[in-house]
Design a protein around this ligand. Sequence first.
Ligand SMILES: *[C@@H]1O[C@H](CO)[C@@H](O)[C@H](O)[C@H]1NC(C)=O
Ligand SMILES: *[C@@H]1O[C@H](CO)[C@@H](O)[C@H](O)[C@H]1NC(C)=O
Ligand SMILES: *[C@@H]1O[C@H](CO)[C@@H](O)[C@H](O)[C@H]1NC(C)=O
Ligand SMILES: *[C@@H]1O[C@H](CO)[C@@H](O)[C@H](O)[C@H]1NC(C)=O
Ligand SMILES: *[C@@H]1O[C@H](CO)[C@@H](O)[C@H](O)[C@H]1NC(C)=O
Ligand SMILES: *[C@@H]1O[C@H](CO)[C@@H](O)[C@H](O)[C@H]1NC(C)=O
Length: 344
Amino acid sequence: MELLITAISLLCLSLRPVAASVPGLFEALNLYGASDFAAALQASPGLLDAAISGQFGTVFAPIDSSFSDSSQYPSRVPLNPKEEQIGWYHDTIAPLSWGNYTDPPDPLVVGTIDSKANLGGRNQSIVVNVTRTASSNTSSLRAHRAGLPLLLDRYGQPQLQWTSYAEISTGLGDVVHVVNPNLEFAKCGSTNGVLHIVDKYFTVPQLLSDTAAQIPELSIFTELLNTSCSCLKVTLDNRASITAFIPTNEAFAAAGITSSTKGAEELVQGLVIPNFLGYTPNLAAQPGPATTMNGSTLKIHKTDNVGPNKEYRQDFYVNDAKVVKPNIILYNGVAHIIDRLPSI
Ligand SMILES: *[C@@H]1O[C@H](CO)[C@@H](O)[C@H](O)[C@H]1NC(C)=O
Ligand SMILES: *[C@@H]1O[C@H](CO)[C@@H](O)[C@H](O)[C@H]1NC(C)=O
Ligand SMILES: *[C@@H]1O[C@H](CO)[C@@H](O)[C@H](O)[C@H]1NC(C)=O
Ligand SMILES: *[C@@H]1O[C@H](CO)[C@@H](O)[C@H](O)[C@H]1NC(C)=O
Ligand SMILES: *[C@@H]1O[C@H](CO)[C@@H](O)[C@H](O)[C@H]1NC(C)=O
Ligand SMILES: *[C@@H]1O[C@H](CO)[C@@H](O)[C@H](O)[C@H]1NC(C)=O
């Protein structure tokens, strides 16, 4: 097996076009300050072979400094299964890059090569939110001061000279920032791969209950799961492809609900939509209301806004509750934190 893999890799290497001003993956990782990640990929035969044989279209590589405070992913041989899973979670098959948008696109749900998820056969996802920052002294404003018409975007804002900026939602609500986007690497196959340098490791998604238990402002939800009939936690954790809306402690308190409130089980089930992966890009795309696990329905809608710093933003609502923290990626779906209990 080992020999066969090596033979395929060598064949692939020899097929790589010689016109290589574009570096190969490992060369690029070293060049752009991600040599620890390169070492980690090389510490797993599976990851190494996938890298060499051109399986990675996009690699999100943590910059070397992200190792200093991280005991979570040491580059040692052999990687344990969790470390190996993190390695797969950082890559996708298709090349993914973005430009400098005047109108940034909606966030993208990106399927990774991490196949250890309970999503009805789908691989685990990340959500990539490409947004924009502008410099205040841009050519379009200068042109306007010089008498040319000021071009406006679809939100009625001046078309400034935007630079794109991307943040990535991963497990436990961790957000990873892209610090050096859209770098190319040559790979086996006809197209080049895309390398994005990120500021830290992706957090591997966990079950709904374990995720909520690690977020302090969700302790009432956690206690409701823990103290209700034990089957509730098991039911929600074992269900594939859920979208959960989790009220903060403040939201529960405002509704007079504590961890010992009777009927909590139905209430919690009424916050979970089964068989639906509602990451923000497709959360509000359903034509009608969504049916929850207690049979009640939730109406989801979004608003497009421009924020105080002319940043583009979308707000999501579940009935009258607002999503205050979107896209907490779960082992079995996705969760959003909301600011009140949706009134029915
Ligand atoms: C985006 O803008 C930055 C900063 O102005 C520039 O360095 C980069 O080349 C631009 N990228 C694209 C794809 O135009
Ligand atoms: C899902 O992951 C598996 C195993 O890592 C990989 O072989 C497969 O190509 C991935 N599928 C997609 C659509 O990325
Ligand atoms: C803005 O740009 C103009 C023209 O390039 C330059 O003369 C001016 O000093 C700039 N102002 C600031 C605050 O950078
Ligand atoms: C609830 O259960 C989780 C595991 O699902 C555990 O980590 C946590 O400590 C428990 N919390 C409370 C308040 O009982
Ligand atoms: C279902 O859940 C919703 C939202 O938590 C709640 O308002 C409603 O009372 C629940 N329905 C039943 C029958 O318990
Ligand atoms: C995308 O990022 C922008 C800027 O940080 C933020 O205002 C917006 O809410 C984010 N959108 C989503 C869906 O996370």
